[in-house]
Design a protein around this ligand. Structure first.
Ligand code: ARG
Length: 433
């Protein structure tokens, strides 16, 4: 009988044990297949350079791995029943076609550093994709901020009418807030952008591996030098990514909440064409903001991912432990879901309608009290006296707003500084090139 495990000896594991330990890992591993081949290509090139493969063997193996890469890109790659994971599948395919040459590829590495390198390459790509999706949302928010820079809206504190704000400020606020999130995303990217290959099972190898070479081949900026630290980066890489996901999701969830609230009839600040709203099975008039509610819910849930990772990896003994396999099932769906939410938000904002006449409603008259206090102060009345004058007018129902809003300082209604915010954004985006 053909052994189905890379580690098969003279027994086959119990089927229940197999199912429990492998779980849905084979399915998740499909997303790693292309990176697994990429890692193997770099590894065999290095093996040849240190004399563990001949030039001919390298050539044969490279061609076969490239053929497997094509199968993966065309969507035809499968992990056969009974094969444990993507690493085993690729190795089995090689040995099936090439015999003994295929069996040489695993010298100086373990599935532990193989999966590590796959995950680093995968996370790097996912974080880049997230950065690009954040970039599209940023652009859309900035465009809206510029377009509606002169349209005022109420600003709230304690959810009570407070001071004039503007759609320019509101949209622009989320754009600049995303810049901070991108700082965390870029840190996560830098953590992912380090080569763990060569750490093998987690303690290095007695082969004279050339790790500089594989670092270059795989396009990593640097390597995890200490092989134990390299193994420790399993979990840590995902944790850093989850923290970035967390902060982006928090910003996005906040925006989704604003939109839900501002779509409510009691506010009526924004609306969407009918086809972007959802109806009710009983109330014929309803045009609900379900898109933003689902977005809010998903973003709230996404913020638990960093907790899940923290708990999964808490107090693990040093070195590889199989628990780490479960990280994939947490982080893979999370990156996908965040990207979906970001893209959906950008899509929806492309259709948002802004109520340009909100402030003509007298319920917002008191928004202007501070403007009027400040105008008196600028004309020479001490601030506390001006405050009291306007305060007494309000108290006695005699206040009539001038409705003049003149804000000039950096970042205020009249001076949004969107160009500077864009510079900050471009700056942080440089990390992802
Ligand atoms: N599926 C495994 C994981 O994700 C691959 C590494 C297996 N290593 C081992 N020592 N069992 O962790």
């Amino acid at each position: 009988m053909k052994p189905s495990k890379l580690w098969s000896k003279d027994f086959e594991p119990d089927r229940m044990i197999e199912q429990f330990t492998v779980g849905n890992d084979r399915e998740l591993d499909l997303r790693l297949a292309r990176y697994d081949v990429q890692g193997s290509l770099a590894h065999i090139k290095m093996l040849e350079s240190i004399g563990l493969l001949t030039a001919d063997e390298l050539d044969v193996l490279t061609k076969e791995l490239e053929r497997i890469a094509e199968v993966i890109e065309s969507g035809g790659f499968e992990i056969a029943p009974g094969i444990e994971d993507v690493h085993s599948q690729v190795e089995f395919m090689l040995t099936e076609r090439l015999g003994d040459i295929g069996k040489k590829i695993h010298s100086g590495r373990s599935r532990n550093d193989q999966v590590l390198v796959d995950l680093k390459l995968f996370m790097r790509d996912e974080l880049k994709t997230i950065a690009a999706a954040v970039g599209r949302l940023f652009d859309s928010l900035q465009t809206l901020s510029d377009r509606y820079r002169d349209v005022l809206m109420p600003g709230y504190t304690h959810l009570q009418v407070a001071m004039p704000s503007s759609f320019g400020l509101w949209f622009g606020a989320y754009a600049e807030s995303l810049v901070d999130d991108m700082q965390i995303l870029s840190a996560a990217y830098r953590i992912a952008d380090q080569n763990p290959l060569g750490s093998a099972a987690g303690y290095g190898s007695s082969f004279p591996l050339n790790r500089e070479m594989t670092t270059r081949e795989l396009g990593f900026s640097t390597m995890h030098y200490n092989v134990v630290a390299a193994q420790m980066s399993r979990g840590k890489t995902e944790r850093a990514a989850s923290m970035a996901i967390n902060t982006i999701a928090s910003t996005l969830g906040h925006l989704a909440m604003d939109v839900c609230m501002f779509m409510c009839q009691n506010f009526g600040f924004v609306s969407f064409p009918d086809e972007f709203t959802t109806g009710s099975s009983i109330m014929p008039h309803k045009k609900n903001p379900d898109v933003f509610e689902i977005m809010r819910g998903k973003c709230n849930r996404l913020q638990s991912v960093s907790n899940e990772i923290a708990l999964l990896t808490a107090n693990l003994p040093l070195g590889y432990n199989r628990d780490l396999q479960l990280l994939k099932d947490i982080i893979f769906p999370a990156t996908t879901e965040l990207i979906e939410c970001l893209d959906m938000c950008t899509f929806m904002l492309g259709h948002i309608r802004v109520n340009e006449e909100i402030l003509s409603d007298p319920r917002y008259d008191y928004l202007f009290t501070v403007e009027d206090v400040n105008r008196l102060t600028l004309s020479g009345v001490p601030f506390r006296e001006a405050y009291r004058t306007v305060g007494m007018q309000v108290q006695h129902g005699e206040y009539t707003p001038t409705r003049i809003v003149e804000h000039v300082h950096e970042g205020s209604i009249g001076n949004l500084c969107n160009d500077r915010i864009r510079e900050k954004f471009s700056d942080v985006m440089k990390v992802f090139r």
